[in-house]
Write a protein of this length. Sequence first.
Lengths: 225, 255
Amino acid sequence: MALFDAFTAIVRRDLVLALRRRSECANPVLFFILVITLFPLGIGAQPKLLQAIAPGIIWVSALLATMLSLDSLFRSDFDDGSLEQILLSPYPTSILVLGKITAHWLTTGLPLLIVAPLLAVFLGLPNQSLSILLLTLALGTPILSLIGAVGVALTVGLRRGGMILSLLVLPLYVPVLIFASNAVEMAGSGLPVAAQINILVSMLLMALVLAPWPTAAALKMSINS
Amino acid sequence: MFLVPDPVVRFFHRMASPPHFYALTERLMPWLVVIFLLLAASGLYGGLYLAPPDYQQGDSYRIIYIHVPSAWMSLFIYVVMAIAGGIGLVWRIKLAEIVMISSASVGASFTFIALVTGSLWGKPMWGAWWVWDARLTSELILLFLYLGVIGLYGAMDDKRSASKAVAILALVGVVNIPIIHYSVEWWNTLHQGPTVTKMDKPSIHVTMLVPLLLMALAFKIYYLIALILRARIELLQRERNAQWVKTKAVEEGGL
């Protein structure tokens, strides 16, 4: 399985690169924690209020943290030319891109998952919704990485792509935000959440199948211009 | 290609040639303006004068003659934009790219008009300028998608590759719009904000419906006019080094 080898080679390379630049990897998690800390300071520390908006706060912060980390997905490869080598390789670009997205999720999405229980305690989220919060994060953050990859592939060639990237990507994040935070909220009041989880799973599968294609096309466009 | 008759293929090839498009639209423009004026005048006369006031909303419902057609156009233009983008991406037709990018700002304006008129209508009817209703929210997100398209195109210097990028974005957006729409709808029905009054769809009377359809047609023609005007400018800018533009400039400008 040469194709699978190429896929794992990309993932391994990106993970090694991430390990060598640990401080850069810690940034999204720190940002995630920091934003969530700001909310109680901004709106007052009434436990009831915090508990009610906790799912929304955690998910909006996860959205912003993912968006902040997106730029690192292709930036250094674009700057040092290894992106061109990836595009020149005989394997389908979409698979190699999927490898890069996987590595990106492992280094930025997974850490969010690990610190989320801590933040849930910060905000006084009910215990029964904690497992659902983790489940939605596990399903939702890969979707964010996949959709974000399209946006960042479109803007990687731009010198000031940051603001444009948020304008491109955030509207597309709306469904994930709605279903995920809604599931956590429902779980907190003891209601069934199977429907929301099913929709998140189907969105993840769709994004897995559909997102690598436009990402690959956009990267080719960015390299050529 | 075997299924398509030869004259049709020839028509498309000729339409795709910039000088031909430029000359054709020049001849077409006065007719479009006349049709638009006739449709808009009869639609407005029917809507504002002939149609009876609504038994519940009085005269204030008459804003639908602007509001509803622009909301329809906002979705219609996005689809046109994505189709043109897809054509441009596959066949590399320059004119399709120009149609796509010229549509974006017109579509954004219609979306903005739909939002503003809706908000003006919502204040007396619902008692609030803005409610987080499903339709309002998805229309707002549509506006952001349009602005993303315009922003991305503006941020890239090379217009050929910018068109490619915008086409990819528009196509991704088309997959996403139904998902966004239904997620927002579902989110709203789950929450049921206290101030949201449900807009039941009344069976609309024919004296109100006919002007509405006339206005919708008028808006379609208006879009065509705005699209052609923008496309012609875009075309001249892109083709400024081509021979036909130089000849044209000499003919018209007396250079």
